[in-house]
Design a protein. Sequence first.
Length: 207
Amino acid sequence: MIERVRAVLVTADDTMLVIRRTRPGIPEYWVLPGGGVEPSDTSREAALHREIHEEIAGKADIIRLLHTMESDDERQLFYLARITTWSFDDRTGPEFSAEGRGEYALEEIPVTMEGLDGIDLKPDEIAHALRGAIRAGSLESRDRSAVESVNPPSGPDRAEPASQGGHPVPVSGRTRRTRGPGDFALRDPAAHSPLPFTPPPPATAPP
């Protein structure tokens, strides 16, 4: 059976990275980063890390398996992950240079119902599963704490979300661009650098 892995990549600003696909004769649609598990991959998670590196030159913390789709000959596994760094300009996946594959564009959308409603995310089943997760609040506070317990916030200053309303925002390299009414604002790339790990204090034996 063919296995594919994809990631719901949530940023520190509670936006999600998606790839807009434009192909001749087909209405544009969006997909989550990921791809097929290869024989050389030591695990599904290793395959997902490889795909994230190839497609967006990114590094992410995989949190948990979010959803599984299965047919007679294919299984797709969707993981929730927190993205720490990425650079679409440095992608290396072979599909980007293949003829007839159309165009790929990395975008951000808010992790909200309005954000999902603003794009045609494929497959439909994962879009439905994400709507359910958003309604349940399982993409934000609980899963953020799982990552921040290892990578605590560096201070009180937090960047505001890059997305405007429910519209996807193009992303170029590690400097994320936000287009607002009449302006073109640049976000601080340092906001996406990995946070330092602070080890817990050693346990004290009882007297």
